[in-house]
Design a protein around this ligand. Structure first.
Ligand code: G3I
Length: 501
């Protein structure tokens, strides 16, 4: 069964000869096989592509073999907002146009990341100022590519490497200046800017298993908390930059996919490469490349067998252009060699795809049969919070914890528009003579006898509405979580983010 409507069984005899293919005629590609299975396989567009300094074979292979794309560096913070309020979209626009003309899905990488942040951001030490900067960045960047970027890495690499279930502090202006609430806010703001985009938490070393103290375990805990609080996360990205010796990682990815399925969250492989130690570069032989191919195949097997996996992204096309050699002490981790010849890893991926008939591969994407792959996917996942029994013991949203009476928001909290959609802007509660006070589940309105109280979840969906009786309302019917409370007195509105626990 052909699940995607894109015709990419390629008739490229002349072009493909010399690129690793010897057969002319209709050629099965990674892309055609993935599309038949309702899945995405992709690779980065390297910075060299953006700088027009890459061989012509690169693009030919890229658009033939892949149906998903991500920019290596060009949608990061320093690339898109190098100076405060001055946005630079040219390179990203070029990629989006390329994706559109080749019917590819676009991943956006990355909104809130401690690395590749421009100096003007790193110098900010004021929490409110930095929240406003992050919100403005997300509003603009996600808003600019609304409907064109199908999925964003909203937060990238925010967990520390200490195996202690903690957030990264060192080197992270976001955590140091804002605290952990920057993550929740980033997801809410990204959702507000493009409600149809898939929103991911992306990290490395989460392919190392769910053991005690593991990053993967922490991710699952956070996903649970985010879901409980209606924070609009829909996917996790496992970067999966691994080495040839990391033989258990495919099965660890399987375990992570299963754990995330409990929360209706998709797991995507976002940055795969399987490198050899750099020192071995001159001694690699057929058995080494076969081993590499075997590992690639195991990842593809897991990917196709787990129904909540959607994208299989490789962090490069050819060993001629890979971050590994320059920055990692690893080498030759991709599926094409430096001469653009397909390696055994390519054949292994093809073999895995063929071994999993389309009829048996489930897609996490709805209506994959006819979709234009550049369009947004509407997922089949429901967003119901499944388990509300476990209390959050890890991250406290400090804004939400504050239940004292006040008439202005101290952080740029979510504000719910009249249409019911959450739009996030700096809170400017306008009533100076009316206050709300939340004690337990009783919300009192001080200074107005007749007030309309509405409560919205973090996706902007109304969950409660009432008119005050004796100056207060009882919110005990609402499940635990983060909400926006709106109080209307006459034509004036007071809004606050609250945590109900
Ligand atoms: O922009 C300058 C350019 O002006 C200069 O000519 C050139 C000379 O070396 O350097 C350029 O900046 C480099 C940039 O890539 C663009 O080529 C940076 O020095 C270099 O550090 C940067 O490396 C990128 C790295 O992220 C930075 O963290 C890699 O290309 C990119 O592959 C890598 O990607 C990351 C993902 O975003 C997140 N996960 C890990 C992955 C691998 O590190």
């Amino acid at each position: 069964m052909k699940k995607f409507g894109v015709a990419s069984k390629v008739i490229f005899c002349a072009t493909l000869v010399g690129l690793g293919f010897s057969v002319c005629g209709a050629q099965e590609t990674l892309r055609s096989l993935a599309e038949e299975r309702g899945r995405y396989i992709g690779a980065i567009l390297n910075s060299e592509w953006f700088n027009n300094s890459i061989e012509s074979q690169f693009e030919e292979i890229h658009k033939t073999q892949f149906n998903a794309v991500v920019a290596e560096n060009e949608m990061k913070f320093d690339a898109t907002e190098p100076n405060k309020g001055q946005f630079s979209y040219n390179k990203g626009d070029r990629m989006v146009a390329y994706a559109k003309s080749n019917k590819m899905r676009v991943r956006g990488h990355a909104l809130a990341w401690h690395s590749q942040v421009p100096g003007w951001v790193n110098n900010i030490r004021d929490k409110q100022q930095l929240l406003a900067v992050l919100k403005n960045h997300i509003d603009n960047v996600v808003g600019h590519w609304k409907g064109e970027v199908a999925e964003w890495d909203v937060v990238n690499e925010a967990i520390n490497d200490d195996n202690n279930h903690g957030w990264r502090s060192n080197g992270s202006v976001w955590f140091q200046t804002i605290g952990a609430e920057f993550l929740d806010s980033a997801f809410v703001w990204a959702h507000a800017a493009d409600p149809d985009a898939e929103l991911c938490y992306n990290d490395y070393a989460i392919e190392w298993g769910l053991g005690q103290g593991s990053k993967a375990g922490f991710v699952v805990d956070q996903v649970k908390r985010w879901k409980q609080n209606n924070i609009p996360i829909t996917c996790v990205g496992t970067q999966t930059h691994i080495e040839i010796s990391h033989e258990t990682t495919p099965q660890n990815v399987r375990a992570l996919a299963k754990a995330l399925a409990e929360y209706d969250v998709v797991l995507n492989i976002t940055e795969l490469d399987i490198g050899f130690p750099k020192g071995s570069a001159n001694n690699l032989g057929a058995s080494d490349y076969a081993k590499q191919g075997h590992l690639y195949r195991q990842f593809m097997d897991v990917f196709l067998e787990e129904p909540n996996m959607g994208e299989f992204m490789i962090w490069g096309v050819t060993d001629a252009h890979s971050w590994l050699d320059g920055q990692q002490g690893k080498t030759q981790g991709l599926i094409y060699d430096k001469q653009y010849k397909a390696k055994p890893a390519y054949d292994s991926l093809i073999a895995s795809l063929k071994a999993h008939p389309a009829s048996e591969v489930k897609s996490p994407y709805k209506s994959a049969a006819t979709q234009d792959t550049t369009a947004q996917d509407t997922t089949t996942r429901d967003t119901t919070v499944r388990d509300t029994t476990v209390k959050d013991t890890t991250v406290k949203d400090t804004t939400a914890q504050d239940t004292t009476t006040r008439d202005t928001l101290t952080t740029p909290g979510p504000v719910v528009s009249d249409t019911g959609n959450v739009s996030i802007r700096r809170g400017t509660a306008t009533l100076t003579d009316v206050r709300m006070n939340l004690v337990g589940r009783t919300l009192s309105i001080v200074g107005a006898s007749n007030a309309k109280v509405q409560v919205f979840d973090m996706r902007g969906r109304p969950v409660y509405s009432a008119v005050t009786s004796k100056g207060s309302v009882d919110l005990s019917a609402i499940s635990d979580g983060l909400y926006v409370v709106r109080v209307k007195v006459g034509s004036k509105t007071l809004e606050r983010r609250v945590a109900l626990r």
